[in-house]
Ligand binder design. Structure first.
Ligand code: FES
Length: 172
């Protein structure tokens, strides 16, 4: 299915659209798998995040225009899912489960080790070298393997504080 790129949203003259050329064609192929183009919202947002590292309000407006949605609807979806970044993050995004079962098993110490090893000053902040952002998340569905950690798309089980420096080195 072909999709039409829309003009740059008003007041955003310096904005460089994500969905042009091959990217727009790729979105068209994704849309063709769904009954309506609006249903391709989640993959469209992933495409933006992969291209830009995060999803700005301007990106949301572009996605809304391309898919025939309102910017408010798109923002509602982006803000609902923690996997979408609403501000710039480090090259690697580290998510540590700190929900009660993992917390009892030492998740707090794992989180602290990530903050200390990366140099990120606090949760949600990015390390001074711009390479890593560390956040806490709710249950990752691996309660028997505390502490589970997501680094980008990699799921890592049974992380303990002593394993953190090696993990940080691995994700340069
Ligand atoms: S509570 Fe941590 S994975 Fe479920």
């Amino acid at each position: 299915m072909s999709v039409t790129a829309h003009p740059t949203p008003a007041g955003t003259e310096a904005y460089e659209p994500v969905f042009t050329g091959p990217t727009l064609e790729q979105l068209g192929e994704i849309i063709a798998r769904y009954p309506t183009k609006q249903a391709a919202l989640l993959p469209a947002l992933w495409m933006v995040q992969r291209a830009r590292g995060w999803i700005s309000d301007r990106n949301m407006a572009e996605v809304a225009e391309v898919l025939g949605l309102t910017p408010a609807y798109v923002k509602g979806v982006v803000t609902f899912y923690t996997m979408y970044h609403q501000h710039p993050v480090g090259k690697h995004f580290v998510q540590v489960c700190t929900t009660s079962p993992c917390n009892i098993c030492g998740a707090e110490a794992v989180t602290k080790a990530f903050l200390e090893t990366t140099g990120a000053k606090e949760l949600g902040a990015t390390s001074p070298d711009g390479k890593r952002t560390v956040i806490e998340v709710e249950c990752l569905g691996a309660c028997g393997f505390a502490t589970p950690v997501l680094v980008d798309d990699d799921f890592i089980e049974s992380v303990t504080p002593d394993k953190v420096p090696e993990l940080v080195r691995k994700y340069k």
